[in-house]
Design a protein around this ligand. Structure first.
Ligand code: P1T
Length: 387
């Protein structure tokens, strides 16, 4: 079954059996608990909604199918998925290697919670260089955490090369695939062990739900994660599960439009004299454009740029836009714009931001799927406003 077909059909087969109603869309199963005829036999295997829920299960099957995985697990947020993964696979005294450019909230979770409160050692490395990951491996390394392309600097790492290095030492590799979505990048097929998503972004696609997911094929790891999903309880609700099932149906169509607009905006900004630098993996000038072409089937809808101006002017630029909402988050049908140093990555200490090249004036765009002419006109007007 091709991607577009899986995105619509897996997990949502109409029930045409006697007594079934044939719904073509998955019902939202709100019951918190399930009655049984016999004490020893939970009906349909369902006991309690935290443990298993039919709507969430449908979504989990869908998400697994989209990443080419055997198993999927859905959580209350992307960070809920990350927390569950750590609680399942990492303990005090263990060592984790992470890309040094990550979503600010992920870095805050790793540093402020798992390092400071639980004594997990974390090394942030420039994973653009696979040898840097190899050099950082210690006897107690239990996990390699990658995000590619990174948020917000759109740095890439070679998933296949790093997975080979980690496999030789039996260290699982996790890839946060939020920016590309399974439509443009399939980390498991490149050798990674676990894919993580903030479903809040492209998978849902309409900026009206917060959720997270883990997809994988290794049964032993799955059982640990499934145990913690139930034991710790950071599950996705039935209603949110329904929203993501619904959103995922149009993922392929949306991703193609996001990419088309992002590339056109990147080229427009690149040609503008008030812009110093544009970062988009689809531009030939991106230092890892070749790797992007090799490991992704598209370049996505996210880009960042720097104005040839001070922070005050950058603020004025974003605030004078009409269609780009000044907001955190990404991956919805509407275009968003933000200043990472003041918003999504404000929790990363300034010296750490400087070390990885995240300047205060950096502007991040999540290209929506509005008509390009309107988006371009909006940007042109913002440039006029700061002249
Ligand atoms: O927000 P939540 O669903 O918990 O997901 C966290 C998360 C994880 N990974 C990546 C790559 C992300 O971008 C995010 C959330 N990011 C934003 C809110 C943002 O504006 O970048």
């Amino acid at each position: 079954m091709k991607f577009e077909t899986r995105a619509i059909h897996v997990g949502e087969k109409p029930n045409l059996k006697e007594g079934g109603s044939g719904d073509v869309a998955m019902p939202i199963h709100l019951a918190s608990t399930y009655a049984r005829k016999e004490v020893d036999h939970p009906t349909g295997g369902y006991e309690y909604s935290r443990t298993d829920n039919p709507t969430r299960n449908a979504l989990q099957m869908r998400l697994a199918a989209l990443e080419g995985a055997k198993y999927g697990l859905a959580f209350a947020s992307g960070l809920g998925a990350e927390t569950t993964l750590f609680l399942s696979l990492v303990k005090t005294g263990d060592h984790v290697i992470a890309f040094d450019d990550l979503y600010g909230g992920t870095r805050r979770l790793f540093s402020r919670v798992f390092r400071e409160r639980f004594g997990v050692e974390i090394s942030y490395v420039d994973a653009r260089v696979p040898e840097a990951v190899e050099k950082s491996i210690r006897k107690n390394t239990v996990l390699v955490w990658l995000e590619t392309p990174t948020n917000p600097l759109l740095k890439l790492c070679d998933i296949r090369a790093i997975s080979e290095i980690a496999r030789r030492r039996d260290i699982p590799v996790v890839v946060d695939n939020t920016f590309m979505s399974p439509y443009f990048q399939q980390p498991l097929s490149l050798g990674a062990d676990i894919v993580m998503h903030s479903t809040t972004k492209y998978l849902n696609g309409h900026s009206d739900s917060v959720g997270g997911a883990l997809m994988l094929s290794n049964q032993a790891i799955y059982e640990k994660l499934k145990f913690t999903q139930n034991a710790a309880g950071a599950i996705l609700s039935p209603f949110e599960s329904y929203l993501i099932l619904r959103g995922a149906k149009t993922l392929a169509v949306r991703m193609r439009e996001h990419e088309k607009n992002a590339l056109a905006i990147a080229r427009f900004l690149e040609s503008h004299k008030a812009v110093n630098k544009v970062i988009y993996p689809g531009l030939e000038c991106h230092p890892q454009h070749d790797l992007a072409k090799k490991q992704m089937s598209g370049f996505g809808g996210m880009l960042s740029f720097e104005l040839d101006a001070d922070l005050k002017t950058a603020k004025r630029f974003v605030e004078s836009l009409k269609y780009f909402a000044v907001a955190e988050s990404l991956g919805g049908v509407e275009s968003l714009i933000e200043l990472p140093a003041l918003m999504t990555h404000a929790s990363v200490p300034p010296e750490e931001r400087r070390k990885i090249g995240l300047n205060d004036g950096l502007i991040r765009i999540s290209a929506g799927i509005e008509h390009l002419d309107d988006l371009r006109e909006d940007l042109e007007n913002a440039f006029k406003a700061i002249r």
